[in-house]
Design a protein. Structure first.
Length: 255
């Protein structure tokens, strides 16, 4: 009876593993039409080759394509693995201003990549994707200039609180939002870790408090040392015998 139960559990485990493998090979490889055709408004009048508008819960990206009709992108998973990006509201704008939606584009998942093929190799591609936290990372599949627009109230530039890679960038603030610009992207990945403006005040307050506590502790320690020295002197424990007359030899008559 126990052997039959073991065989039954083994068969169920084998079926579960097989189902998982089949699902990884053939399942969840397509985006729904509803997801790809969601409504979104994009700023098509961008001045850089790639513009990423980051908000609190998503980012919207616009690629200015030139002799390119395919984009491959991915996102970092929790364990550092690469996963396809859950894109939505995919649109393409021709140079004459005509905008077409996802039904004119080919969007699919291939292994760890999201692949988007456009109907022309000249125009602008835009899509939206979810985003959480205060760190933004994405590959840089297109050469040229890049711009990342941070959420309102977010900042970079304070050591330990922020990081921007690659390092050859400039920042400016417009309408309360920080714009980070690279004139010529040389890295394979763009990473921006930012902070809320009030976080810097809290951080500086913590640093000042830690310094104050350290100075207070040092002063208290020195006062305690001086108090112990005075107590030793009062008890006669600090008698200096460095110039003791017997150190010069025995007194006269005893030599």
């Amino acid at each position: 009876m126990n052997r039959r139960l073991l065989l039954g559990f083994a068969a169920l485990a084998l079926l579960a593993v097989s189902a998982g493998c089949m699902g990884g090979m053939f399942g969840s490889g397509e985006f729904s039409d509803e997801q790809l055709s969601q409504d979104a408004e994009y700023d098509w009048d961008t001045s850089t080759d790639v513009t990423i508008n980051v908000t609190s819960d998503e980012y919207r990206i616009v690629y200015d394509l030139s002799n390119r009709s395919e984009i491959r992108t991915f996102q970092r998973a929790a364990l550092g693995e690469e996963d396809p990006v859950e894109v939505s509201a995919v649109q393409f704008r021709y140079p004459n201003g005509t905008v077409v939606t996802a039904d004119r584009l080919d969007v699919e998942k291939q292994d760890s990549r999201t692949v988007i093929r456009t109907p022309s190799d000249d125009g602008k591609l835009a899509y939206s994707a979810p985003h959480r936290g205060k760190t933004f990372t994405m590959p840089a599949p297109v050469e040229g200039s890049y711009e990342v627009i941070l959420p309102r109230g977010m900042r970079v530039g304070t050591f330990l609180l922020s990081q921007v890679r690659p390092g050859d960038y400039v920042t400016d603030q417009r309408d309360g939002r920080v714009h980070i610009t690279w004139t010529d992207m040389t890295a394979d990945t763009v990473t921006v870790r930012y902070y809320l403006e009030r976080d810097r005040t809290i951080f500086l307050a913590v640093i000042v408090g830690a310094v104050f506590v350290g100075l207070f502790g040092l002063a208290y320690y020195r006062l305690q040392i001086r108090r112990l020295e005075r107590e030793r002197e009062e008890l006669g424990l600090n008698v200096d015998t460095g110039d003791d007359e017997f150190d010069k030899g025995p007194p006269p008559g005893m030599r």
